[in-house]
Design a protein around this ligand. Structure first.
Ligand SMILES: [Fe+2]
Ligand SMILES: [Fe+2]
Length: 193
């Protein structure tokens, strides 16, 4: 992929995702794009940027585990024990970000793609809107989500904090490893209490 996409708009992002993803995944990306744009309009980010990231965030989600590991090697994305246990689940975001950066996508948008799965400390408003939209999109359904959805319209940070907390509780409840990004995000909100 060599065509520059620095100025990509939502329609082109949708077409790019459509060339890579199955119908159900693409529909998920559309719901994330819509909700991320809604949060962006409420909380002071660009709705168009949020839509672009929404369409692109899962660009590499349909890779196999082996393909995700190969893409990580190609782009120099670090692979630790956690990534090796859940390759596509944990690598699809950084691998997509690396590919999109190389294609010229604006760094802020690429960063929002990169951190959408587990989060990170220091996310900007755009990245928070996408993280939250992926968490809250209308087809999701799990305990505690209603509270996060209600918070999301009022306070972006309170909603992200609640989502980060729920994520950690879930991961620990399933006796799985905690990603450093997820822990850093949690500690950003709860670490000084
Ligand atoms: Fe994802
Ligand atoms: Fe997603």
């Amino acid at each position: 992929m060599t065509d520059a996409i620095r100025t990509i708009g939502p329609a082109e992002a949708r077409a790019r995702a459509g060339g890579r993803l199955g119908r159900r995944r693409l529909e998920h990306c559309g719901r994330v794009a819509d909700l991320a744009a809604h949060y962006a309009a409420l909380h002071g980010a660009s709705p168009d940027d949020a839509r672009v990231v929404g369409w692109l965030h899962d660009l590499c989600r349909d890779l196999s585990d082996d393909q995700a590991l190969a893409a990580a090697a190609r782009w120099g994305v670090p692979v630790g024990p956690l990534e090796r246990s859940h390759p596509v689940g944990l690598l699809h975001a950084p691998v997509a970000a690396a590919e999109l950066r190389a294609a010229g996508l604006d760094e802020r948008l690429a960063r929002a793609v990169e951190v959408h799965t587990v989060g990170a400390a220091g996310m900007d408003t755009l990245a928070k809107c996408v993280y939250l939209a992926d968490f809250c999109e209308p087809e999701r359904d799990f305990d505690g989500l209603g509270k996060v959805r209600r918070l999301a319209d009022a306070s972006l940070d309170e909603a992200v904090a609640a989502a980060a907390r729920l994520t950690l509780l879930d991961v620990i409840g399933r006796e799985r490893g905690v990603h450093p990004g997820a822990l850093a995000l949690y500690n950003e909100y709860y670490g000084a209490r």
